[in-house]
Design a protein around this ligand. Structure first.
Ligand code: F3S
Length: 76
């Protein structure tokens, strides 16, 4: 049985204060806008190779602005 679980990262823009640790730890997942606030790259879907970085980034955000949700596999 294959594992189709997918993680998606999100940023709570109201909590983000621009500490930029997310970008430093997982630049493949997060980028900074012109004000230094984080936003997710693309859709926010996390490849299995980047899952550890997603969790590390979340753990290191002082504002708890990073959310990781588990998306159910798409049927079909
Ligand atoms: Fe913002 Fe946290 Fe990253 S405050 S810039 S989401 S480390």
């Amino acid at each position: 049985m294959t594992e189709d679980r997918r993680l998606v990262v999100r940023i709570d823009a109201e909590k983000c204060q621009g500490h930029a640790r997310c970008h430093a730890l997982a630049p493949e997942l997060f980028e900074l806008d012109e004000f230094g606030s984080a936003r997710v790259r693309g859709s926010g879907h996390v490849s299995s190779a980047l899952e550890d970085q997603a969790w590390i980034a979340r753990a290191n955000c002082p504002e708890l602005a990073i959310e990781i949700v588990e998306e159910a596999p798409v049927a079909g």
